[in-house]
Design a protein. Structure first.
Length: 245
């Protein structure tokens, strides 16, 4: 059986402010296989890494990402809200993170936040950047907006796309295939043996999110999921070592 991969959710977000270079660097240092991050488009159509549609929760500014230019966003402090130690962290561009990921031969899960705000051509822009950094094969694109994933496959047929979902779907592999996706990122509570087995039969990787408790990690490791997305890659690695021992 293949080893379960470790994806650091929004970077190593238990240790550093989510979706900042500090969090991604710590994920590298912790030996994560990959990082998960969220992307939006700025007013001047640049792909930036931030979770919410607005900057309020994770910076010292206010306003919608879509209504601010990259230059305006880069002036914001995206670190102090987490801890004064991280004062001066910036909202990264996707390019900055791709550079780090490429340097370290890591994997990357880009979540398209094409939900409340629909960003035209976000898929094409992300595909172009992945191509530019030679990361198409190391990337998986996920979204709660499955129409956006369909567009992504049209734009870049080779790329792995993953449906994100929250509830206990019946035969989710049937739906995933119907939607044209090539993997599944379910909310971890919904992942039972039947789901893992059904997906394995169809060769569709399952990567549950966001698993932070050792007990949940152990259960999913035993089920043989392909990856686990976690805020705490250090805890997951410890659990994996114990399971292997
Ligand atoms: O991609 C998994 C997870 O990040 C989805 O939810 O809200 O943390 O982006 P959220
Ligand atoms: Mg996310």
């Amino acid at each position: 059986m293949k080893r379960t991969e470790v994806y650091a959710h929004r970077g190593f977000s238990a240790m550093a402010p989510e979706n900042t270079m500090a969090a991604f660097q710590r994920a590298v240092d912790a030996g994560a296989d990959g990082v998960e991050l969220d992307v939006h488009l700025t007013k001047d159509n640049k792909v930036v890494v931030i979770h919410d549609e607005t900057v309020k929760r994770t910076t010292d500014g206010t306003g919608k990402v879509r209504e601010l230019t990259l230059e305006e966003l880069r002036r914001l402090d995206a670190g102090s809200w987490f801890d004064p130690e991280f004062k001066g962290e910036k909202i990264p561009t996707l390019e900055e993170v791709l550079q780090l990921v490429a340097e370290h031969g890591m994997k990357i899960n880009i979540e398209l936040k094409n939900n409340r705000v629909i960003y035209p051509e976000l898929e094409q822009k992300v595909a172009n950047l992945l191509q530019q950094y030679g990361l198409v094969k190391q990337a998986v694109i996920s979204s709660f907006n499955h129409y956006s994933l369909k567009v992504m496959k049209q734009v870049q047929p080779e790329i792995d796309t993953a449906i994100l979902y929250m509830e206990g779907l019946v035969d989710p592999w049937v739906y995933a295939k119907h939607a044209g996706a090539t993997s599944l990122h379910p909310y971890w509570y919904t992942v039972v043996e039947e789901v893992v087995k059904g997906c394995q039969k169809e060769n569709l990787p399952v990567r549950p999110f966001t698993v932070n408790q050792p007990k949940g990690m152990r259960r999913l490791l035993q089920l043989g999921v392909d990856a686990i997305i976690t805020d705490k890659p250090d805890v997951l690695r410890e659990e994996m070592e114990k399971t292997a021992a």
